[in-house]
Design a protein around this ligand. Structure first.
Ligand code: 7PJ
Length: 280
């Protein structure tokens, strides 16, 4: 199975690793020494991306809006300033397959012009103008489920049945995309782990992932370092690698086509072990 992504073809017959590249100013902080000016942070972003590609990432996901629980919104201009120079250099200098993690129509258009291959929208193209903008790029789109908005989504998430809610939401967004002229073969789906969900909701969605895969679209899954590992294990963010690897393995076994992770090298080892065991 192949996904046409800009100038690239993504082979989805084996699980692909999407490496996370945040361009929010706090992403390159190192203890007390934080944001060190735009040029230095651009070089650091490139260095990190180069390492992730060497470690086995098939896609680099560039984001300029923090969607962590409680994060403040950013303007489209701020996002453009952070994201576009990184996309340009990743494409030009590393020939990387770049995905852009954005809900902003302006960022989608500019990133596509700069050579991005995929749009990853945690709001599933619900912002004004996003459906039309994404459609105009001709790029594949990942539609993610989120209950509420990042500022408040973790305050008291509630569902009658999380699986039904996620499936119905994703089906409605698929219909909206098709009505906007986006081809079915360009869509990926994501249940949005941690986006307006308790740990229990996340675990149910993980166990029942095959029922989301049954909608017939490739699944993109993000579980890396997420706060369910705080709830489940009591681990702080820098102690969540083992839990993240277990979740990545489970997600792939449950049908994920792409897994979005911070720790590419370690995840690649896990997938290599899985592939060897499956092929034995
Ligand atoms: C996800 C994402 C995810 C997709 C983020 C974080 C928060 N995009 N962007 N799926 N998470 N498609 O990495 O903890 O789960 S930002």
């Amino acid at each position: 199975m192949q996904l046409h992504a800009g100038a690239h073809r993504l082979d989805l017959s084996r699980p692909l690793i999407m490496g996370i590249l945040n361009t929010t100013p706090d992403s390159f902080s190192d203890g007390g020494a934080c944001y060190q000016g735009e040029h230095l942070s651009l070089d650091m972003a490139l260095t990190r991306a180069r390492q992730m590609l060497a470690d086995g990432a098939g896609i680099i996901d560039v984001g300029g809006e923090s969607t962590r629980p409680g994060a403040a919104p950013v303007s489209a201009q701020q996002e453009l300033d952070r994201v576009i120079p990184v996309v340009e250099r990743l494409v030009r200098e590393l020939n990387a397959i770049v995905s852009v993690d954005t809900s902003s129509p302006e960022v989608m258009k500019e990133a596509a012009s700069a050579g991005a291959a995929l749009i990853n929208d945690v709001r599933a193209l619900r912002r004004d103008g996003a459906l039309a903008a994404a459609s105009a790029t001709g790029l594949p789109v990942c539609l993610m489920h989120m209950q509420g908005e990042p500022q408040t989504m973790q305050l008291q998430p509630e569902y009658d049945d999380p699986l039904t809610a996620v499936r119905e939401f994703l089906q409605e967004r698929v219909s909206a995309c098709i009505a906007a002229g986006i081809e079915r073969t360009k869509l990926l789906l994501d249940p949005g782990f941690g986006f307006g969900k308790t740990m229990q909701h996340n675990l149910i969605l993980l166990r029942r992932l095959p029922e989301i895969a049954a909608l017939g679209y490739p699944l993109l899954i993000g579980l890396s370092r997420k706060s369910m590992l705080k709830t489940l294990l009591g681990r702080e963010v820098n102690e969540r690698l083992p839990g993240s690897l277990a979740l990545a393995l489970l997600a792939v076994q449950q049908g994920a086509a792409i897994i979005r992770v911070h720790d590419v090298a370690a995840t690649a080892d896990v997938l290599a072990v899985l592939a060897a065991a499956n092929n034995a």
